[in-house]
Design a protein around this ligand. Structure first.
Ligand SMILES: NC(=O)c1ccc[n+]([C@@H]2O[C@H](COP(=O)([O-])OP(=O)(O)OC[C@H]3O[C@@H](n4cnc5c(N)ncnc54)[C@H](O)[C@@H]3O)[C@@H](O)[C@H]2O)c1
Ligand SMILES: O=c1ccn([C@@H]2O[C@H](COP(=O)(O)OP(=O)(O)O[C@H]3O[C@H](CO)[C@@H](O)[C@H](O)[C@H]3O)[C@@H](O)[C@H]2O)c(=O)[nH]1
Length: 442
């Protein structure tokens, strides 16, 4: 395998994972970020994000002398044959992806790129960006490639090294081939496409997943109305290989740094092109409906008939957008918390990845505690928002004694209803019938 010299610009979830994984494949990688504190920490092997296996991989890269961290893109691109842009592309004021950071990197390195090198966008960027980058570069010798990233937070390393596929899009076949070579050590199909198709694939995948989840969440609502069980429905549904069993778990809605912003961005692109995409719009609307639906349910259980929760104390288990990550961006738990607070609830929350010291990142009306049992103390309901595995093993008898009302709302059907019932708690799952406290327990 050829060993390449690579620059990675941006050391967030994607850049740091890509940098460390590419180094583990034998390449020499220089990662750049704007934040000097982060660069110094990473240079010491100090990884501040929660990603399984990433600290070890970064340390191994540093020890082998194959991974370095520098401040600023300019320093990183010197001597690099391939440069990956991995900076953020958040939602802009019009709903479309804001390309300010991508444009800034291109402007910064335009004249510094090595002759005949390749510039790759790994950031999620709207269709047309490769053409825009090519025009801004003004460097006919430099190949421009779209190589969208499909990793999930929490499992970023294994997703990067064992992906379902690698997508490489370019209008320059030599540049696509050069990027494909970097993945020689990865056992996955490589899809070579034109740049526009590669850019579309990324949004197509995330929006499909969002549609699938909104579909499931509405099915769950339907199941509640008719007395069916969403677990049984999705098991049978997923056995149809045309549908697949992944991504069928109902919950408080889909969140995170990608699905919400990428659905908005695809709609923005479609709108700008005069293409109506009602499916994606409906998926977003259905997702926003989940917080209202769950808050209505909580209000029925321990608030007023009019939906108010004035002065009602609620305990929340989980704040991150899913288990296994410390990321709070667009978390459905926070959306639900905001809705509950709007109705007057007093909130105490626990999350293993959000110690009380991170309270400054949260709305002031959420009291963060470091012990899940504390979240239950004096609350009228305990609401599970994030599926952290250890929540299954909580001391339910103690929680039953501490709760003001013995009610647990499990938005993800993560807990064991029998264990809760035996401890004297009512379990209210999603898309299924509630389980009342066992008569012997009360
Ligand atoms: N987070 C994910 O799971 C995921 C997965 C696939 C794709 N993506 C996409 O990848 C991109 C990055 O996402 P992320 O979650 O890693 O973002 P992030 O916000 O965690 O990290 C971005 C990093 O880029 C740095 N940066 C910004 N401008 C820079 C510049 N001019 N020079 C050097 N560094 C700069 C920032 O300081 C930050 O550290 C986005 O487009 C996102 O949509 C994210
Ligand atoms: O059955 C499921 C699966 C997921 N979710 C929720 O859906 C959201 C997104 O989950 P996931 O896709 O695992 O999170 P991300 O890490 O944001 O990954 C998505 O977004 C990334 C950024 O674009 C892509 O690279 C990934 O392929 C894509 O899965 C979270 O709130 C999950 O709790 C459910 O409610 N039920």
């Amino acid at each position: 395998m050829h060993r390449h010299t690579i620059a990675v610009i941006g050391t967030g979830y994607v850049g740091l994972t890509a940098g460390a994984c590419l180094a583990s494949l034998g390449h020499r990688v220089v990662c750049a970020d704007l934040d000097p504190v982060k660069v110094a920490e990473l240079g010491r092997g100090d990884v501040r994000i929660l990603e399984e296996g990433l600290p070890e991989l970064v340390q191994a890269g540093l020890d082998a002398g194959r991974l370095r961290f520098v401040v600023g893109a300019a320093d990183a691109v010197r001597g690099a044959r391939t440069v990956f842009i991995c900076v953020g592309t958040p939602t802009g004021p019009d709903g479309r992806a804001d390309l300010t950071a991508v444009d800034a990197v291109v402007e910064e390195i335009r004249t510094l790129l090595e002759p005949d090198s390749v510039l790759v966008t790994k950031s999620t960027v709207p269709v047309g960006t490769a053409a825009r980058v090519t025009a801004a570069l003004g460097r006919p010798d430099v190949g421009v490639v779209s190589n969208p990233e499909f990793l999930r937070e929490g499992t970023s390393v294994s997703d990067f090294l064992q992906p379902d596929r690698v997508v490489i899009g370019s209008d320059s076949p030599w540049a696509a081939a050069q990027v494909a070579e970097l993945y020689a050590g990865v056992d996955a199909p490589v899809v070579i496409a034109d740049a526009a198709s590669a850019e579309v694939v990324k949004y197509a995948a995330n929006c499909f997943l969002a549609v699938k989840l909104s579909y499931v969440n509405t099915l769950a609502e339907l199941c509640e109305e008719v007395g069916a069980d969403i677990g049984r429905v999705t098991t049978a549904l997923g056995q149809d290989h045309r549908i697949g069993s992944a991504f069928l778990r109902p919950g408080p809605g889909w969140g995170g740094s990608c699905l919400p912003k990428d659905t908005r961005a695809l709609l923005g692109t479609a709108d700008a092109l005069g293409v109506d995409f009602p499916l994606v719009r409906a998926a977003i609307g259905t997702n926003a409906h989940q917080r209202t639906r769950i808050a209505d349910r909580i209000a029925r259980l321990c608030g007023d008939a009019d939906g108010s929760l004035a002065g009602v104390r609620i305990g929340l288990l989980g704040l991150t957008f899913k288990a296994g990550t410390d990321d709070l961006r667009d978390s459905p738990a926070l959306a639900l918390a905001a809705e509950l607070a709007r109705r007057g609830a007093e909130l105490t929350a626990h999350d293993p990845a959000v110690p009380a010291t991170r309270h400054t990142e949260l709305p002031a009306d959420i009291n963060v505690v470091d012990d899940p049992h504390q979240a239950a103390k004096g609350a009228s309901a305990l609401v599970l928002c994030t599926e952290w595995p250890h929540y299954r093993g909580l001391d339910w008898a103690r929680i039953a004694a501490d709760l003001h009302h013995p009610v647990v709302v499990d938005t993800r059907n993560h807990l064991d209803p029998a264990a809760l019932s035996a401890a004297g708690l009512a379990w209210h799952g999603t898309g299924t019938s509630p389980v009342e406290p066992a008569p012997t327990a009360v």
